[in-house]
Design a protein around this ligand. Structure first.
Ligand code: ADP
Length: 492
């Protein structure tokens, strides 16, 4: 690699410039109950086997609440409740009334935004500024957006007669719990379906709070059912014979299992799976903005983002400068108490996920990568991983090929467009990518040739309810958001 000489970057003074006094958010408004039951047929009911598991705060390892574990019998109850609601009420409810319920849910979520954000941070470990400024507002947006579609379905598919599918089974992951619940529930209800939704076992609380809110909103019983539990509960939803559609967001491993389980059953399927996003920085890019964008692309939400820009490709002649600036910027990121309003990097979601990330970091080192982490301290209790940069990595390295789902960036260099396209597309995944350049024509050329469902230009991780999101290759099937996301819940 050609070396840049005379790189002169003024170190940022951490203590003077970036030292903030602690500004912790109060946990009180979260109002978390000691135990949560299953939400079936509009009521909170005990699971058949009376089994519960703990939901813990990954930043402190304290138990927050006990969550009901639903088994096959409980899932059957939930599907029956959804079917009954579908046959007797929801499929006959006019679109404008469905819209009213969705608007009501959106507004009630706005009113309780603080409570939801705090709960999300306590349960999942993400910084409070993210749950407040991104997760909860995006969830609200989704309900508003799809409320607007509920009475306009005939415009969604001109010349056709759109009909709801029936009962949708929805399984979501732990990285954006309330947002994922909204992404799944809002379009399904707008299109006239009823749902059985399962949150991830480490982050059930905001979905259960949403169940309370839905109860308060007076939504007819059974239209939304929320069952909690681990993988076995998810499998019970997938395999239930009276489910018409499965919508899953999670790992590619489980996505493949689901695809096999429902093959030949006639169930519809959308999958939003893993990713290994390529973030491509050309030498004509605005460097400081690109550094900020790269930081956001991989360290946002501790890298617990399927569309994270976890592979950085920097044009060779600016690589040394860019990496030096990236390292300087890492020093200013604040890692620690997610409830502190100044925190940039919160806790890793679970002990299991931290173990996975640590294994990948060790593999990165043993395969010859050069690792960089800042020397900042992390809290003693809880699960933490410092933002990590790997240079000197081969295209075949495990950390370049596999999704880590943590704050670990693998950096490679390139000389030409052809080379970077080939490297970026050399992945099983195809969810997201980013292109940083001053030239519009280059953006179009590169974006058109990248095998990715979403390509951001001079930005990263931007979402809008009106814009479809989803992947190609092993990153998934179908789209969520926008008109595409609505059509996924309709028979035409
Ligand atoms: P991760 O490995 O990151 O936890 P998963 O894909 O395992 O991601 O989890 C995403 C969601 O899928 C969670 O709600 C989880 O409980 C659920 N799940 C896990 N295994 C299965 C399965 N075999 N069938 C259906 N859902 C599952």
């Amino acid at each position: 690699m050609q070396q840049n000489k005379n790189i002169d970057i003024k170190p940022l003074e951490f203590n003077n410039t970036w030292g903030y006094a602690p500004a912790p958010e109060s946990a009180e408004p979260a109002n978390i109950k000691p135990r949560y039951e299953l939400f079936i047929g509009g009521k909170f009911i005990e699971p058949e086997k009376c089994e519960y598991f703990n939901s813990i705060n990954p930043a402190t390892e304290e138990v927050l609440s006990e969550i009901a574990r639903a088994d096959i019998a409980d899932v059957d109850k939930a599907v029956k409740a959804a079917r009954h609601a579908y046959d007797t009420i929801w499929s006959k409810t006019p679109g404008k009334i469905r819209a009213k319920y969705l608007y009501r849910i959106a507004r009630m979520l706005q009113e309780r935004a603080r409570e939801f954000a705090i709960t999300e941070t306590l349960d999942g470990g993400k910084p409070i500024k993210e749950s407040k400024d991104f997760d909860v507002p995006t969830a609200i947006n989704w309900f508003f957006y799809y409320a607007g579609w509920a009475d306009k379905l005939e415009y969604a598919a001109p010349g056709k007669t759109p009909k709801p599918i029936g009962v949708a089974g929805q399984i979501i992951p732990w990285n954006f719990p309330i947002m994922m619940a909204a992404w799944k529930i809002a379009p399904a209800l707008a299109a006239g379906n009823c749902v059985v939704l399962k949150p991830a076992e480490t982050t059930s609380l905001t979905a259960l709070k949403l169940a309370e809110l839905i109860q308060d909103a007076g939504l007819p019983p059974g239209v939304v059912n929320i069952v909690t539990g681990e993988g076995a509960t998810g499998a019970a939803i997938v395999n239930h014979p009276d489910i018409n559609k499965i919508a899953f967001t999670g790992s590619t491993r489980v996505g493949k299992l689901i695809q096999k389980s429902i093959a030949g059953t006639g169930k519809k399927l959308t999958l939003e799976l893993g990713g290994k996003g390529a973030n491509i920085v050309f030498d004509d890019a605005p460097i400081d903005q690109a550094v900020e964008g790269v930081i956001n692309a991989i360290y946002f939400n501790q890298g617990h983002v399927c569309c994270a820009g976890s592979r950085l490709f920097v044009q060779e002649n600016i690589a040394d400068l860019f990496i030096a600036k990236l390292k300087e910027r890492l020093k200013t990121l604040r890692i620690g108490d997610p409830m502190d309003k100044n925190t940039d990097i919160g806790a890793i979601n679970s002990a299991r996920q931290l173990e996975t990330i640590t294994d990948y970091i060790n593999k990165g080192i043993s395969e010859g990568g050069v690792m960089y982490q800042d020397s900042c301290a992390t809290p003693e209790k809880g699960y933490w991983c410092k933002p990590t940069i790997f240079t000197n990595v081969a295209q075949s390295a495990t950390i370049v090929q596999e999704e880590i789902f943590g704050p670990v960036l693998a950096v490679q260099t390139f000389r030409t467009i052809a080379e970077v396209i080939e490297k970026a597309n050399n992945s099983y995944y195809g969810l997201s990518a980013g292109v940083w350049t001053d030239k519009g024509s280059k953006i179009f050329e590169v974006a058109n040739r990248l095998e990715a469902g979403v390509v951001w230009a001079n930005s990263f991780n931007k979402f809008d309810a009106a814009s479809p999101f989803g992947g190609v290759k092993e990153s998934g099937i179908g789209r969520e958001g926008g008109l595409h996301g609505l059509l996924a819940y309709l028979n035409l």
